[in-house]
Design a protein around this ligand. Structure first.
Ligand SMILES: C[S@@+](CC[C@H](N)C(=O)[O-])C[C@H]1O[C@@H](n2cnc3c(N)ncnc32)[C@H](O)[C@@H]1O
Length: 244
């Protein structure tokens, strides 16, 4: 296991996530039981073989654990601002006594410039909602530059359902979570960024969606929580940087 530490990050978000780290899983299960973890891993089996992956803001490492178990030969780089979250990731890593397979980097992702074109997969789970739309518009190209041509983005986050009682529940829980994270981590957002528009402007096509996968597999409603989205996107740029 390699640890790469960047200069100290002295912001409220960093300190807040350090404080939240030991209770993060418990707090999550009070509101959602195991449903966020179900959403996180919904499309792991749909991924092709991945040899190198870059995780951003994986928090306490529960997705990373499932992913690293599914792809035992994959080289993984994980960037998080919170040292305590990274410590949990290290503990949860399946073969955490083995060195060399995982690189943990403590850094503010907004300032992190990954090596270009090196990764098969970028993973963002409940991470992009930590940023404003203008921050994402600047950072997403910087983060996507880490992918090889045809690389994949594994995206999991919240959404507000279209209608009915689920929409009401979604709005209430979203309001509650934004208040909580504003207070505990200094989150500036008052609502969810418009992920669909952001991705649409960044040459990303959906190749798998937990909604349609579940619907076609079972013929019934989606198996993940209606407040969650789990998708795999593919970069549609080729080596020349142009859309095919
Ligand atoms: C809401 S938690 C999500 C954790 C996990 N991915 C999950 O699925 O629950 C956000 C994570 O992103 C990290 N994070 C937030 N802002 C960050 C930033 N600017 N740079 C790096 N990491 C950041 C936090 O430390 C935390 O681990």
């Amino acid at each position: 296991m390699k640890r790469a530490r960047q200069p100290t990050i002295g912001n409220q978000s960093h300190a807040g996530y350090d404080r939240l780290a030991p209770m993060y899983r418990t707090l999550e299960s009070i509101l959602f039981a195991n449903r966020l973890q179900e959403a996180r891993v919904a499309l792991i089996e749909a991924l092709p073989t991945i040899e190198s992956a870059l995780f951003f803001g994986d928090g306490d490492g529960r997705l990373l654990n499932v992913f690293a178990t599914r792809f035992p030969n994959c080289l993984i780089t994980s960037v998080d601002q919170s040292r305590r979250m990274l410590d949990l990731q290290q503990k949860r890593f399946p073969d955490h006594t083995v060195t060399g397979r995982q690189t943990l980097i403590q850094a503010n992702a907004l300032d992190y410039h990954p090596p270009p074109g090196q990764f098969d997969l970028l993973v963002c789970s409940f991470f992009l909602d930590c940023f404003s739309e203008s921050e994402l518009a600047r950072a997403i190209p910087q983060w996507l530059s880490a992918l090889r041509p045809d690389g994949l983005l594994y995206f999991v986050d919240f959404r507000i359902p279209e209608s009915g009682w689920r929409r009401l529940r979604g709005r209430c829980l979203s309001w509650l979570m934004h208040r909580f994270f504003r207070h505990s981590t200094g989150l500036k957002n008052r609502g969810l960024p418009d992920f669909e528009s952001l991705f649409a402007s960044h040459d990303l096509d959906i190749v798998a969606d937990a909604d349609t996968r579940c619907a076609s597999d079972t013929g019934t409603r989606c198996a993940i929580d209606s407040m969650c989205v789990c998708r795999i996107y593919r970069m549609v740029k080729n080596e020349t940087g142009l859309r095919p």
